[in-house]
Design a protein around this ligand. Sequence first.
Ligand code: ZN
Length: 138
Amino acid sequence: MKSYKKELHIHTKTRRALVNITPQVRASLTESGIREGLCLVNAMHITASVFINDDESGLHRDFERWLEKLAPEKPHDQYDHNGYEDNADAHLKRTVMGREVVVAITNGKLDFGTWEQIFYGEFDGMRDKRVLVKIIGE
Ligand code: ZN
């Protein structure tokens, strides 16, 4: 069995952002040379997510509005976590949107359903963040 690991580096200009990282994951898969197996992609931070959904701007605005209803950023003092930090909402948003995805690799390709794309969800950005890509197989 072969094993491959890569870290993607992400730095968003805004506190919250959704980034389509499918091209970088696909490039990692090509680099790995693995044709059959599994590809894990996870956020290395507890205020960011990796999830799979549609690359459609209306849906992305819907995610933002929905997450702000569930865990509004402000007022910061509504959260017990926000003593020295102001990112309690980001921890909650990350938990709802998930830590990682696993995609099957078939015949050297990410075996997606129709419209599936991999996203990095940033909820406390404007700093250096990492995403782990781990691929195993043969
Ligand atoms: Zn925190």
